[in-house]
Design a protein around this ligand. Structure first.
Ligand code: SAM
Length: 227
């Protein structure tokens, strides 16, 4: 299981019922909701979040987008407990219990994930995951999205990215160095490399949305089935 001794986890405040509060959530929830609202408000269906962390985002997105049903997931038990506690506190009917999903597991996207809930999702979302996890997590997310997105389904990746081998801000370069010091397998990813993996899994880069603090939301969609 991935470590929970991470810069993200060290910033939590803890409530007695297991709810964790992450400072980053308060900075990026509204900008991310604006992106999702524009693209999902007209859609019904199920949305899977990979690496939900505290689970705060899912509850807020579910409340704002009532025609969608949200599935938080995380391999860390205390994160799943937090997601379920935020869900209970919110009373939101369109949130499911948190799934134990390790995106790096070899069977992810290959039909073998134990307890896998649904065949297809309208969207998959991963916020601040692929740079704070080994590269195989990005590969697993792409495999999962390629296998389980409905036709015209969307994959949203939020976070910092390099483009053309270059950081878009000194703050992201410093963040990247900090990540790599923390764990040699982590680091801000090259958008071109992420896109190459997506292409391999039947996804195409549809859109890049500029976000606050030099982050991006990169949106992929399922390529039409040409078979
Ligand atoms: C920096 S946190 C981001 C949490 C949340 N998405 C957010 O933006 O606030 C990264 C999350 O990815 C999860 N994670 C790490 N390795 C993972 C893996 N192999 N598969 C799925 N999630 C993973 C961690 O447990 C953690 O909850």
């Amino acid at each position: 299981m991935p470590s929970t001794d991470t810069p993200y986890d060290r910033q939590f405040t803890h409530a007695p019922d297991g709810r964790l509060d992450a400072p980053a959530y308060h900075r990026n929830f509204e900008p991310m909701l604006a992106v999702l609202r524009d693209r999902l408000a007209e859609r019904n269906g199920h949305v899977l979040e990979v690496g939900s962390g505290t689970g705060q985002h899912v509850v807020g997105f579910a409340r704002a987008l009532p025609s969608t049903t949200w599935w938080p997931s995380d391999p860390a038990p205390e994160h799943r407990r937090s997601a379920d506690a935020w869900h209970a506190e919110s009373g939101a009917a369109n949130v499911m219990p948190a799934i134990d999903l390790d995106a790096a597991a070899p069977d992810v996207g290959r039909g073998g994930a134990a307890g896998w809930p649904l065949e297809s999702f309208a969207a998959v979302l991963a916020m601040n995951v692929i740079h704070i996890a080994p590269w195989r997590v990005c590969e697993g997310i792409m495999r999962l999205a390629g296998a389980h997105l409905a036709p015209a389904g969307l994959l949203f990746l939020y976070g910092p990215f390099r483009r053309g081998g270059t950081h878009n801000a000194p703050s992201n370069e410093a963040f990247d160095a900090m990540l790599r010091r923390e764990n040699i397998e982590w680091g801000v990813r090259d958008l071109e490399e992420v896109e190459a993996v997506a292409e391999r899994e039947g996804l195409r880069l549809a859109e890049i949305a500029e976000m606050p603090a030099n982050n991006l939301t990169v949106i992929f969609e399922c390529k039409p089935d040409d078979g």
